[in-house]
Design a protein around this ligand. Structure first.
Ligand code: PMT
Length: 325
């Protein structure tokens, strides 16, 4: 047993847990269309297509997954994540020449529109004297920049967005995306910034209707979600460059947990962050070194330096991988 990261699960147990997780999950809506979109996107951005515009494809996951407590869901458990890190990182990856599959929580921050004030969408617009809707002058430059950059990414086939809400949808989407990206070998990257539930209620044991408070205190047993990082490494995309995240609230255990995750899940990089400072500082952890990255100026994005460093590490990885074949 690895006391730093919890119970060690054997490979056989992992495959069994993964199988029962997916068997018990409600079917993913639009599964065929998601699979087709992902396959096309990966193909267009792979060297196989002969005219790839990107230097690699990265799957960025972003936002928190929910755990429904009822099949006709009224109540759910949520995970902390606004999606800002994933949205900002997506923009920087595209700037560096990558194509991005952005797997995001519905309603979370989006690439290119994260600067637009979220609560005041209606405040962005006004009705002109001839009754036409126009963007207010005060926001015009921000909106123009967002529209231009967003359309250039989407029309250039450099951004594919796939939404999720529940832990079931998130892992089902990852299960489609990862094997599809395996044809990219070391040129594929996973950047798993989503906050993923560790516990869930299996669908068949979940209450069908709204749980009634008249029945007294709620006594509920949650099942452990299998660690999909291991599936990614072992089965779905074994040659991909994998970056996972470790969030802790206690700075005293952060590095120890992140280093343990790097070894246990055979990640190429773990990005460690602490809840109190995660917007200003992250620590990039690899087998060789720990690099602390700090926000350079007030309001700046820590992701700008983080992605530059990851891109360098990824290109070294591709080079080394090439030599081994
Ligand atoms: O979105 P923001 O508000 O900007 O915040 C960004 C962030 C703080 C959420 C982000 O930087 C971050 O730390 N994300 C990971 C948070 C997290 O939930 O860590 P974890 O310890 O639960 O999981 C660690 C890794 O294991 C994650 O990469 C996750 O994808 C993966 N995991 C988790 C559970 C599970 N069953 N399978 C997994 O593979």
């Amino acid at each position: 047993m690895d006391t730093a990261v919890g119970f060690e699960v054997s490979q056989g147990e992992l495959f069994h847990d993964v199988k029962s997780f997916f068997e018990s999950a409600p079917p993913l809506k639009g599964s065929d269309s998601i699979t087709q979109k992902v396959n096309e996107f990966v193909y267009q951005n792979s060297q196989l297509s002969g005219n790839a515009k990107s230097i690699g494809v990265v799957c960025v996951t972003s936002g928190g997954t929910t755990v429904p407590l009822e099949q006709r869901c009224v109540r759910y458990i949520d995970n902390f994540s606004s999606g800002h890190r994933g949205a900002a990182s997506t923009e920087y990856f595209i700037n560096c020449g990558y194509a991005v599959i952005f797997v995001y929580r519905r309603g979370s921050y989006q690439p290119y529109s994260r600067y637009i004030p979220e609560d005041s969408f209606i405040d962005l617009f006004e009705v002109s004297n001839n009754s036409e809707i126009q963007v207010c002058n005060s926001h015009a430059s921000v909106v123009k920049k967002a529209i231009k950059e967003y359309h250039s990414a989407v029309d250039g086939r450099l951004l594919l967005k796939l939404p999720f809400t529940t832990i079931f949808e998130y892992l089902q989407i990852l299960q489609v995306v990862a094997p599809s990206m395996s044809c990219l070998g070391p040129c594929g990257m996973f950047y798993l910034a989503a906050a993923v539930s560790d516990f869930y209620v299996p669908w068949e044991s979940m209450a069908k209707h709204k749980i009634q408070s008249a029945a007294g205190p709620l006594d509920m047993r949650l099942t452990q979600v299998p660690k999909m990082l291991r599936m990614l490494r072992l089965e779905w995309a074994p040659s991909a460059f994998c970056v996972s995240f470790k969030l802790e609230t206690d700075p005293g255990i952060l590095l120890q947990k992140a280093e343990a995750a790097l070894r246990k899940h055979q990640m190429n990089v773990v990005v460690a962050n602490e809840l109190a400072t995660y917007k200003r500082e992250v620590i990039l952890i690899t087998n060789d070194e720990n690099i602390r990255i700090r926000q350079q100026n007030e309001g700046g994005d820590v992701e700008e330096q983080l992605i530059k460093l990851l891109v360098k590490k990824h290109s070294n990885y591709i080079e080394c991988f090439g030599k081994d074949f």
